[in-house]
Design a binder for this molecule. Structure first.
Ligand SMILES: Cc1cc2nc3c(=O)[nH]c(=O)nc-3n(C[C@H](O)[C@H](O)[C@H](O)COP(=O)(O)O)c2cc1C
Length: 175
């Protein structure tokens, strides 16, 4: 399938087949796609924390208000953090990692969804970043960007169609 078709097919999948495991080989390809991301000055400030322990995933679901249900149902999550002291474009860098992994997951037939972490609050009033730092143990200089939930697809929504794209958002020469 060509890349544009894969991009049309990519959707956010929030429900996964209960008890179905993400194959290790597929997970490795998703992680490789993340590590292949473009990065300002090639600094690559990110770190990826792979969580497969279901008790940890359950605990992590409190990182947002309301609780993140899809973390409870996911078989795996990849938490994307970055060292904010390494570069001032760590959010952009991490977004590219997230986008690469999300697209690769769908291309491989795996369900995934972006859970926003940066600038978000946890169930106990702390920031999502502080809440997850407690569980995952990343240092103070590392900031939370987002979490990619992963699981076996229960139902894949319809692909996007090229006819429905918002072409009016494209401006030529001037706004
Ligand atoms: C920066 C960003 C943050 C997002 N945060 C969340 C989130 O916290 N929870 C969620 O369920 N989906 C989240 N999403 C997924 C979007 O809701 C989804 O991409 C959008 O509704 C379009 O649907 P589609 O991905 O199926 O095309 C996020 C996506 C992006 C790019």
């Amino acid at each position: 399938m060509e890349l544009l078709e894969l991009m049309q097919k990519r959707r956010s999948i929030r429900q996964y087949v209960p008890g179905a495991a993400v194959p290790e080989e597929t997970l490795q390809k998703v992680l490789q796609a993340g590590l292949l991301a473009a990065s300002g000055k090639a600094i690559r400030p990110w770190e990826l924390i792979v969580v497969r322990n279901h008790e940890t995933l359950q605990a992590m679901s409190g990182c947002r208000v309301p609780a993140v249900k899809m973390l409870q149902g996911a078989d795996c999550a990849i938490v994307v953090i970055a060292d904010g002291e390494k570069t001032d474009v760590w959010t952009e860098d991490c977004s590219v990692v997230m986008a690469n992994m999300h697209l690769m997951a769908d291309a491989l037939g795996l369900g995934s969804c972006w859970v926003q972490g940066r600038l978000r609050q946890a169930s106990d009033g702390r920031t999502s970043e502080e809440f997850l730092r407690d569980i995952l143990g990343y240092p103070e200089t590392y900031h939370l960007e987002a979490i990619l939930t992963l699981g076996v697809i229960e139902h894949h929504p319809h692909p996007h169609t090229l006819e429905h794209l918002l072409y009016e958002k494209i401006h030529h020469e001037k706004f």
